[in-house]
Design a protein. Structure first.
Length: 422
């Protein structure tokens, strides 16, 4: 494992490269200020020029990981451990704990991974959240729905990305939603977490995520608030996000209080955390806690809108350094994920649009791919993404509409060929 740069030790261990479309910017920012050793089942070629060392190791093999980490620690020293991949947050916490490096207690991280444990700890600390029950069959789910009353949401206990999450309003819908949640899979998360399905009360209101920086000693700094845009129910697919440096929610003390109380309740003390909430009539209530950076390019939006570099902040905290938390930009940034309007095979896409305010546009499914239209679609069915900037939220919304009008994907359905806007 020779180093590609002179004397870069001690190393910051990064577990998992993730998908290039959503993760390369994170690794680029981390490696800009730290000497990085990337540990991955199969380190991708695109990561090699970014990091100092790429180490192929099966991250689900605890013995192999321990051997690799001990060798790196002996040869170069290890300054910190981090991951931005949901699959590996527990492993990162355990390694940091074993090496006596900065980080969260492994139990706190697992409490975020396990949605049932999250709800239990929030309820015990009286943090505003959704009433929730863990069920193991459809009949129990129907019974819980009758006790909770009104619409409910069913979700897998340990997945992410809204996989298997559905609203249900009656017993038949509850049974169907239970089966969907039970069978849902996503990036192997279903094999590394606790089994079971949660049924929860439906929370009405806009959904946001709060990008929190836990600095220790109960201090939580809010770096940004992300407005989420969801697909029509009963699914809850995230179709876009917007970060506005002037968002009035940044000054709402209830957001700060609920985020701080929630992270404290599960034991989170250090790092960048992605806290999801719904803004109900009764105030903000917790949807989920994530012991990692937000996905879907949210850290990139935060950087474009505020100048705050969440990957670098994560890395600084992982090695015990003081992060930079003063915004240097004051604008808005947004991402939109395009989904197919019909189920079928992608036959062609048009050329990528160009505009000075268009930060990036990417087709995420090549011709020949099969895609499924909402409401059955998952994040794997996204056909394209666009990131725009602007002086305010309204301008970003307008620019995303322009991109949607200019970007077309052609999909051949089972019996007819249809041209649909991406």
């Amino acid at each position: 494992m020779p180093l590609t740069r002179p004397n870069p030790a001690p190393l910051l261990l990064v577990l998992g490269a993730g998908n290039r479309t959503y993760r390369e910017y994170g690794l680029l920012h981390i490696a800009a200020r730290h000497s990085v050793a990337l540990l991955d089942d199969r380190p991708p070629a695109w990561a090699a020029p970014i990091v100092d060392i790429s180490v192929p190791v099966k991250l689900t093999d605890n013995e192999a990981v321990a051997e690799t980490v001990n060798r790196l620690a002996a040869d170069y020293g290890v300054a910190g451990v981090l991951t931005y991949v949901e699959n590996h947050v527990g492993l990162a916490a355990r390694l940091a704990d074993t090496l006596a490096l900065p980080g969260n207690a492994p139990g706190a991280v697992e409490a975020c991974r396990d949605k049932y444990l999250t709800r239990s700890l929030l309820a015990a600390s009286e943090v505003p959240s959704a009433r929730s029950r863990l069920v193991h069959d459809a009949d129990a789910a129907v019974e819980c729905q009758m006790r909770l009353g009104g619409p409910v949401v069913l979700k897998p206990r340990s997945l992410a990305g809204s996989a298997g999450v559905r609203r249900a309003d009656n017993p038949d819908e509850v049974r169907a939603a239970y089966q969907l949640a039970k069978k849902a899979v996503l990036f192997g998360l279903e094999t590394g977490g606790a089994n079971g399905v949660l049924i929860e009360e439906y929370l009405d209101g806009p959904e946001i995520s709060v990008e929190c920086v836990a600095l220790g000693n109960g201090t939580i700094h809010i770096a940004a608030v992300t407005r989420k845009y969801l697909s029509p129910e009963p699914a809850f697919q995230e179709i876009g996000h917007l970060v506005d440096a002037a968002d009035p929610l940044l000054a709402d003390p209830r957001i700060q209080d609920v985020a701080t109380a929630a992270l404290t309740a599960v034991g989170i003390s250090r790092g960048v955390m992605h806290v999801e909430m719904r803004l109900t009539r009764q105030g903000p209530r917790i949807i989920e806690l994530n012991a990692r950076l937000g996905g879907d390019l949210i850290p990139h939006l935060v950087h474009l809108a505020t100048g705050l570099n969440l990957p670098q902040i994560t890395a600084d905290l992982a090695v015990g350094a003081a992060p930079h938390l003063i915004p240097t930009r004051h604008q808005s940034a947004a991402v939109r994920f395009f989904f197919p309007h019909t189920t079928g095979r992608v036959t062609a896409v048009n050329t990528e649009p160009v505009a000075p305010w268009l930060d990036r546009f990417e087709w995420t499914v090549p011709p020949g791919s099969h895609v499924t239209a909402p409401p059955q679609a998952t994040l794997l069915d996204r056909t394209a993404l666009a990131v725009v900037t602007g002086p305010d939220a309204d301008t970003c919304h307008h620019r995303l509409r322009l991109i949607e009008e200019r970007s077309n994907v052609h999909i051949q359905a089972a019996t007819v060929t249809t041209a649909c806007v991406a």
